[in-house]
Design a protein around this ligand. Sequence first.
Ligand SMILES: NC(=O)c1ccc[n+]([C@@H]2O[C@H](COP(=O)([O-])OP(=O)(O)OC[C@H]3O[C@@H](n4cnc5c(N)ncnc54)[C@H](OP(=O)(O)O)[C@@H]3O)[C@@H](O)[C@H]2O)c1
Length: 262
Amino acid sequence: MTIQIPDETVTLTGDIRMPLLGFGTWQINGKDAVRATSAALEVGYRHLDTATVYGNEGEVGRALKDSGVARNDVFVTTKCPPDRAGRELDTLRESLDLLGIDHVDLWLIHWPEEGTDHAGMWHSFVEARESGLARAIGVSNFDLELLDEVTMATGVAPAVNQVEWSPLLYDAATVAEHRERGVVLEGYSALRGGTLDHPTIVGIAERIDRTPAQVIIRWHLQHGVVVIPKSVHEERIRSNADVAAFTLTDDDMEALDGLGRP
Ligand SMILES: NC(=O)c1ccc[n+]([C@@H]2O[C@H](COP(=O)([O-])OP(=O)(O)OC[C@H]3O[C@@H](n4cnc5c(N)ncnc54)[C@H](OP(=O)(O)O)[C@@H]3O)[C@@H](O)[C@H]2O)c1
């Protein structure tokens, strides 16, 4: 059965187009990582999310190479953990070697950590972008204060902040504050934390004959928030991407938004 995959993108600084839908690869390793990433590329995902600490960059790279999809047609993100502060560029080169590519589309500081020189790390990230090893650079799990701190230190704002996000965590102020700063919001773990069983989400899904996961993914797209669902199951990989042929009504969007923080 054919599926309809969204092709919407969000434009990052430097006129870089990032697909709103990506494939998450956390906790997928070894053969499963090759299999799942290959399935995602076959289904039509054109955005892959990995990280140094996932230990699967080699497998993600293998799937990418074997897919036959042109490198420039796939948006690849990886992340640098804070314990690599001072060795950022070596870490990125290791990632690129494993991925089998000469640049990433987005490179993120994976998370902040007490005692880390985040501004120093961010300086190295700017250097990576300037030398063409990363087309765009961003952060993950940063609060606004830290976002502003690294921006002030370098004059370069992160293009993206990847944070945990779902209807249950929705907060209009967070969306607005990122938008004001020109920082694109990217959500992760959208299908965790009880979202798939939430009665409001299940109710909407049943009414429109879609899965709860599809409702959640669609909700991100309609908000312009990047979403990167992960699955090792081919059927879920397919159905999670099959979200272009329906829209949520304004009432549904409002009901989903209402599940978040007041
Ligand atoms: N920056 C960070 O700190 C950070 C943290 C966490 C995640 N991430 C990124 O975000 C991605 C997504 O987050 P996540 O891995 O936490 O998982 P997620 O996308 O929220 O999915 C959670 C679980 O839901 C299951 N699932 C997927 N599709 C489903 C469906 N249609 N119906 C029922 N269950 C379904 C999957 O299990 P099965 O595999 O068994 O299907 C998966 O393990 C990660 O893979 C990673 O790339 C980043």
